[in-house]
Every structure is written in C-alpha cells, then in structure tokens.
Design a protein around this ligand. Structure first.
Ligand code: HEM
Length: 392
C-alpha cells in the first residue's frame, strides 16, 4: 500500500543544512553536480540547486505559482498573490520603493542612525539588534508609510513573528497584529491623512476592488516582513567586523567598499534561504517532468554558490563583480524592499565606520542565535571605540 505524501513544511529542510557554511557550500555544490533536481516523493516536492534552474523557476510565474506556498504568511500579502492580482497590489506601493524615492530619504535615515548611535559614543557598548537594527527599521517604516507603531519591543516581536512564520521557525500567530492594523484602518477611515493606508482607502472607494482585508494585510506585510532579514543582514556585517577587524578597518579607510560588502553578505551569509512555488501544470525542468500541483523549492542560496556564475564561489570576496546573487529572488516577485535594503544598509554601515574607530564583540556577552536555526542572530553585543573626530 502506498501512503499519500504529507504536506511539506520548511522545517523539514533544516536538518540537511549543516551549521558550518563551508560544509553547506560543499553540499550545495555536490547536489548541483550529482542531483541538481531532487524529488522527495514523501512530500511530493522537488528541490532545485543550480543557478540556471532556480532562475528559470523564479522567472516563470505562469508555470510556477506563488499561491499554495506552504509557508504561513498572510493570505493577501504580496508574495502570495498570483497574476493579475499581484500586479494590481504591487502597483500601489511600487512608487514608494523606487530607488530614487528611497535615495531622497537618505538625509532623514542618516539623522535617525546618528541619533541611535549617540548613546554608544558615551557608553562604548551596544546590543546591535535591539538598539540599532530593529529601531532603525521601526523609524524608517513609520516614516515611509505613516504607520503608528506601538513601541519598539512590540515592533520587534511582530517583525520576528512574521518573518519566523515565513521561514518556518515560528507557528502562525498574527491575530493581534492584524487587530492592531484593523484599528488603524478604522481610524484612517474617520480621519484620512497623508499616508499609505489613507491612499489605499481612497483607491478602494473608486471601485471597491481593493478589499479592506487586503489593505490591512498589505500594510502589515510592508511594516513587518522585511525588518528581520534587514536586521539580520546588518547583524551579519557586524559579526564579520568583529571576527575580522581588518575588514572593519578597510571599510573605515574606504567606505566605497560598503556596497560590495552588503552584496557579498547577501550572497554568502543567507546560505540557508530558499523560496517555494507550486507547479501550475505539467512542465519540464532540467530534463525532469514536474507534475501539476507538485511543490518546487528553489535553493537560491545554493544558486549563489554555483561556480558557473560565481568563480571561486566559496571565497567571501567584497570586490566580487559582477555579483548576480539571487537572495532577493528574481522576476516579478523580486523583493520590493531591495532599494531600501541597499540604501539603509549602506547608511548604517557608513555611519558606524564614521563614528567608531573600532568594533569588537563584547567578551562578557556572546552572540545569541535561535536554537532551531543557528544562522538567525537574536543578539549581538559589541564594544565600540568612538572616533576621535566623528566624520561628517
Ligand atoms: C536583507 C533583507 C531582505 C531580503 C533578503 C529579502 C528577500 C526577499 C525575497 C527573496 C523575496 C521574493 C520572495 C519570492 O520570490 O517568493 C522578497 C519579496 C518581498 N520583499 Fe523582501 N527581503 C528583504 C527586505 C525587505 C524589506 C526591508 C522590505 C520592505 C520594507 C521587503 C519587502 C518585500 C515585499 C513586499 C516582497 C513581496 C514582493 C512581491 O511579491 O511582489 N523586503 N524579499
């Protein structure tokens, strides 16, 4: 008797990921060579390891759907809507995320980062996630979308919860956040103002197509989904600075290296990332027949170590050029927050190296990570030496 496949979860893929990046890279490259597409009948699921195949799946939403993804995001968030709903929803907010619009916010972002760094100029200490990474996102999100956020701790809790659901390290539990955003929506209905929610409500009044529930989920998605990965990306940078003081000093001497550091961290340190799709109909991928309804997990992290696109892929190289990593996805679902990640990430690192001449891990308080995923940094205490003269 054959048993029917069980519904896959993201956790099921964790055990194969070794804690060491080196063995992970070796595993990705082994799979690319020997089993570039692997079928797991027990879950009715394909895993895809080579760059070109990963790219093919991401760029063909007509063959591979984002709906029915098993991750537990919000039903109406961007990454779950198929064409044409997706184009309709993304169109509303895409303008705010144009690189030009984000770049215009650079002076405000710089002032926010400087005010968060100020206490560490005196104390010489900082917990980078709780005192810098999440607070900067909280301020940026509130500023960009005009959303009311009830306190830093709550903001971090939501951000961790929503991203944790997405990557499978937390069970769904977002009812209270949804309630809070519904309250804001009702308030905006009574008192419209110059913000994203009021704009979306005005759009809804035109033809009713944009349901209130969708507005709530879209705003919630924007306000929460990207914070944890951006905070993580910065944490990876600080951790690298702690482990390699030479890197910190090189960036201090030449801050134009920062964009390269960010891109290489995105390629290298997100080596646990994967994206999920479902085959809409029978199709062929890498010589294998994929059947309608089968799950397709693309290991964009594996693609980032494919030697065909990244010579000496196992080397962390901040001068790698080009660096066409797939950490933001690709095609029509490519990360909407990408310009924000690049601009805000750059400003945070620029202000750190301008304000401090040294950054080390705090020996009294080692870095903390999640038990179920060692790559997920939850706290990083550092000691900082203020620069004699802060660089303007
Ligand atoms: C280092 C930080 C980030 C990483 C690595 C990242 C990664 C990704 C990836 C891989 C996707 C595509 C998912 C798929 O194809 O299934 C995505 C989509 C998305 N991201 Fe990000 N993200 C980051 C930060 C952000 C930020 C800061 C925001 C917003 C404030 C954001 C908003 C979004 C949205 C709205 C989507 C859905 C786009 C759509 O479906 O059209 N992300 N992100």
């Amino acid at each position: 008797m054959t048993s029917s496949p069980s519904k896959p979860t993201r956790e099921l893929l964790f055990p194969e990921l070794s804690d060491s990046i080196e063995s992970r890279i070796a595993w990705f490259q082994h799979m690319q060579k020997n089993q570039p597409l692997r079928f797991r009948p027990e879950y009715n699921l394909w895993e895809v390891f080579r760059y070109d195949d990963v790219q093919h799946v991401l760029k063909n939403p007509n063959d591979f759907s984002v709906t029915n993804k098993t991750h537990m995001g919000l039903p109406f968030s961007f990454g779950r809507a198929d064409i044409p709903d997706h184009r309709y929803l993304r169109g509303f907010v895409a303008r705010s995320f144009q690189p030009g619009s984000i770049e215009k916010l650079a002076p405000e972002f710089t002032a926010m980062v400087d005010s968060l760094l100020e206490p560490a100029r005196t104390s010489g200490k900082m917990e980078m996630l709780g005192e810098l990474c999440y607070p900067i996102m909280e301020r940026a999100v509130a500023h960009m979308f005009g959303l009311r956020i009830p306190g830093a701790d709550r903001f971090r809790e939501w951000s961790d919860q929503m991203f944790g659901q997405l990557i499978g390290v937390r069970s769904p539990d977002h009812a209270d956040v949804v309630d809070l955003f519904e309250d804001q929506l009702n308030e905006r209905k009574r008192n419209p103002s110059d913000d994203l929610m009021s704009e979306l409500l005005a759009e809804r009044r035109k033809d009713g197509r944009l349901a209130e529930e969708k507005i709530v989920h879209m705003c919630l998605d924007l306000a929460t989904a990207g914070n944890a990965p951006l905070a993580l990306m910065l944490a990876y940078a600080f951790d690298r600075f702690c482990r390699d003081p030479g890197l910190f000093q090189a960036v201090r001497r030449d801050p134009s290296l920062i964009p390269g550091v960010i891109e290489e961290i995105l390629r290298y340190d997100f080596s646990w990332f994967n994206l999920w799709r479902t085959a809409r109909h029978g199709t062929v991928l890498g010589g294998h027949e994929i059947k309608a309804g089968q799950y397709v997990v693309v290991w964009d992290s594996s693609a980032n170590f494919d030697e065909k696109h990244f010579p000496q892929a196992d080397r962390f190289d901040i001068r790698r050029s080009p660096n066409p990593h797939l950490t933001f996805g690709q095609g029509m679902y490519i990360c909407l927050g990408l310009p924000l990640v690049r601009v805000l990430g750059r400003i945070v690192l620029e202000r750190i190296v301008a304000t401090f001449s040294d950054l080390r891990s705090n020996p009294e308080s080692p870095m903390q990570t999640l038990d179920q995923m060692k790559d997920y940094i939850v706290s990083l205490d550092v000691v900082l030496t203020p620069s004699p003269v802060a660089v303007p």
